[in-house]
Ligand binder design. Structure first.
Ligand code: FES
Length: 138
C-alpha cells in the first residue's frame, strides 16, 4: 500500500469543496481509462476570478485529496493564474505523492482546465449571441 503524506490523508479524510455548483459557469469532466477514476470540476467566475470551485470525484484516496487541494488552490485566482496550477504544483502542495499515484494529480489540473475551457467557450457563444441580437435590433 502506498505511503501518503499527512496532508494527503487530511484532504482525503476531510475533503474541502465537495459537491456541485448549480448553474455553474464552467464544468470540466475527466477520467482515467486505466484506473477508471472520474473527476468533475464546477466553477463560478466573477470578474475573471474563480469565485467558487467545487468537485465530485469517484476515485482513489489520492484523487480525492488532489481534487480537494486543487479546489483550494484555484479559489480566488484569476483564470490565468488558475491555468498555472500544474500536476507538479499539486503534488508539491500535498507534500508529495507516491510515484504510482502521480497520475492522480494530472486529473485535478486537467479537470480544472477543462472547466475553464468550458466557461470560455460558453462566454464566446454568449458574446456572439448578444452581438447577433444587437445586429438584429433586439
Ligand atoms: S488511481 Fe487513478 S486517479 Fe488515482
Amino acid at each position: 500500500m502506498p505511503v501518503y503524506s499527512e496532508k494527503v490523508m487530511e484532504h482525503f479524510m476531510n475533503p474541502h469543496n465537495v459537491g456541485e455548483i448549480e448553474n455553474a459557469d464552467g464544468i470540466g469532466e475527466v477520467g482515467n481509462p486505466v484506473c477508471g477514476d472520474m473527476m468533475t470540476f464546477y466553477i463560478k467566475v466573477d470578474d475573471n476570478r474563480l469565485s467558487d470551485v467545487k468537485f465530485q470525484t469517484f476515485g482513489c484516496g489520492a484523487a480525492i485529496a488532489v481534487s480537494s487541494i486543487v479546489s483550494e488552490m484555484a479559489k480566488g485566482k484569476t483564470l490565468e493564474e488558475a491555468r498555472k496550477i500544474t500536476p507538479a504544483l499539486v503534488a508539491e502542495e500535498l507534500e508529495g505523492l507516491p510515484k504510482n499515484k502521480y497520475h492522480c494529480s494530472n486529473l485535478g489540473a486537467q479537470a480544472l482546465n477543462k472547466a475553464i475551457d468550458d466557461y470560455l467557450k460558453k462566454l464566446g457563444k454568449e458574446a456572439k449571441t448578444r452581438r447577433r441580437k444587437k445586429d438584429e435590433g433586439a
